[in-house]
Design a protein around this ligand. Structure first.
Ligand SMILES: Cc1ncc(COP(=O)(O)O)c(C=O)c1O
Length: 473
């Protein structure tokens, strides 16, 4: 448990990458936003299989853009979405029956692989007892205890139904606890779809947020300030200027929504010191990294002690869930014990809790995180080997089983550097991977996820797909 995971950023290839098109600054946002999704690389537009094409045409008449979350539309890689009819282990099965090795894992939750029998049975058993009561259950206590034992900073927690709800809850309680309004996030960081989190930063070290989406009133975006990721000086500057207005800094301990970017130790120190010195709270958004990069999340890996933490994805085992929690004195401000209101009809849903508890139970088995690290290392090595063989400049950044192949020769530490990648080449690579049976996230700014179900056969097939895709560039 809490296995030390190798953090790596290795560069392969020889020539330097190039900037292609411009993108928004809020990152791409795991299965969400595709705040960048409206643009895309249209000249690369390619067709999906005929069955998916037909479904997409039908969907586009009744669902905006034909999808229920923008990144699924494939706009960032200039294609059309492939519709999925089922999944098992490491495999997604397209609507036309084509099989793909899956590197999205539902954008993080499917760390065990798809349709893991123990999880399926847990959901079935729970469903037979009724799918929602609107009253407390013992399983919710077991989940809060499990979370507290794995993530000791989460002395108390509240279950909600999505990562977005978790960050909204955490930020409201941070504002309620401190009596301050201003929140700070990182440029390129993504924390869900709340109005005040959909902001981008302009140039300069630290700027006031501007809306990154239509429908967000500037006055609301103005309650958020942004700083570049991994930039302790910008953070210090902001705290020197406005420290007494800041309720909280929310950050991804490993950035995953501008591609995978590990944190610098000085950045983590600055986050803790600045917030502590100025009476602000530190909120670690582990919706993506929680139980992914280590049992206990990134805070166990990097020895961070935040005031509040947000979870989601893995703790629901593929069903809708989120959680926020932290210091008991802060969480006791939440209703009904405290004045900070937050509620949810399906919060602590019995099916989601059953799937989550079973998933965590399986993640507790010895050697699980070592196995994930080993698989991650293998995928990284395959990318580097095949990129290197044809001289394509790629930098693979990885923490355990989450990684990104950045099409650029130098490591990436923040949003500006992530934007300085060859996204046309990435789009072509993505299309070639799909053609060769590997389903990679359809955006340069998304992390790919590996599951325990990625066995030797899946990895061998993936190697073949990488080889063909790099050769085709
Ligand atoms: C770090 C982080 N926070 C919050 C969210 C929002 O979670 P959800 O999509 O479940 O609302 C995401 C989604 O990808 C995320 O990656």
């Amino acid at each position: 448990m809490g296995a030390r995971v190798r953090v790596s950023a290795r560069v392969s290839g020889s020539v330097s990458g190039s900037v292609s098109d411009s993108v928004g600054a809020s990152g791409s946002a795991g299965e969400t936003n595709g705040l960048t999704g409206g643009g895309g690389i249209s000249r690369l537009r390619r067709m999906a299989d005929p069955v998916s094409q037909e479904l997409f045409a039908r969907a586009s008449k009744v669902i905006p853009g034909g999808v229920n979350s923008p990144v699924r539309a494939f706009r960032a890689v200039g294609g059309e979405p492939i519709f999925i009819k089922e999944a098992r282990g490491p495999i997604l099965v397209g609507a036309d029956g084509t099989e793909y090795i899956d590197y999205i894992g539902s954008w993080g939750p499917m760390i065990l692989g798809h349709a893991r029998p123990e999880v399926v049975s847990a959901i079935q058993r729970a469903a037979e007892k009724g799918s929602s009561y609107g009253a407390p259950t013992e399983a919710e206590i077991a989940m809060a205890e499990r979370i507290r034992d794995a993530v000791p900073s989460m002395e108390m927690s509240r279950l909600v139904s999505s990562g977005t709800e978790a960050t909204m809850g955490a930020l409201r309680v941070a504002r309620g606890f401190t009596g301050r309004d201003l929140i700070v996030k990182c440029i390129g960081g993504y924390h869900g779809g709340a109005d005040y989190l959909l902001v981008k930063g302009g140039s300069g070290l630290a700027t006031l947020g501007e809306p990154d989406s239509a429908g967000v009133p500037p006055a609301i975006a103005g309650t958020t300030a942004v700083v570049p990721y991994n930039d302790p000086y910008a953070l210090e500057l902001l705290f020197n200027e406005r420290g007494d207005e800041i309720a909280a800094v929310i950050f991804e301990p490993v950035a995953g929504n501008m591609g995978c970017i590990p944190p610098d130790p000085v950045w983590l120190d600055a986050l803790r010191t600045q917030t502590q010195n100025h009476g602000a709270l530190l909120i670690c958004d582990e919706v993506m990294t929680g139980f992914r990069v280590a049992w206990g999340g990134a805070q166990a890996l990097y020895d961070i002690r935040p005031d509040l933490t947000c979870l989601g994805k893995i703790i629901g085992g593929g069903l809708p869930v989120g959680a926020y929690g932290g210091r008991a004195d802060i969480m006791e401000k939440v209703a009904p014990v405290g004045p900070v209101y937050q509620a949810g009809t399906l919060s602590g849903n019995p099916l989601a809790v059953a799937a989550g508890l079973q998933t965590l139970e399986l993640l507790l088995r010895p050697g699980v995180y070592e196995d994930l690290e080993h698989k991650g290392d293998q995928v990284q090595a395959l990318i580097e080997q095949h990129a290197g063989a044809v001289g394509v400049p790629v930098t693979v950044q990885r923490v355990g089983s989450m990684l990104t192949a950045f099409f650029r020769a130098k490591p990436i530490r923040n949003w500006d550097e992530a934007a300085d990648t060859d996204r046309e080449a990435f789009g072509r690579w993505h299309a070639a991977l799909l053609k060769n049976g590997a389903y990679w996230p359809p955006s340069q700014f998304e992390a790919a996820f590996i599951s325990l179900a990625h066995d030797a056969d899946a990895l061998a097939k993936t190697g073949g797909a990488f080889e063909a895709a790099f050769a085709a560039l």
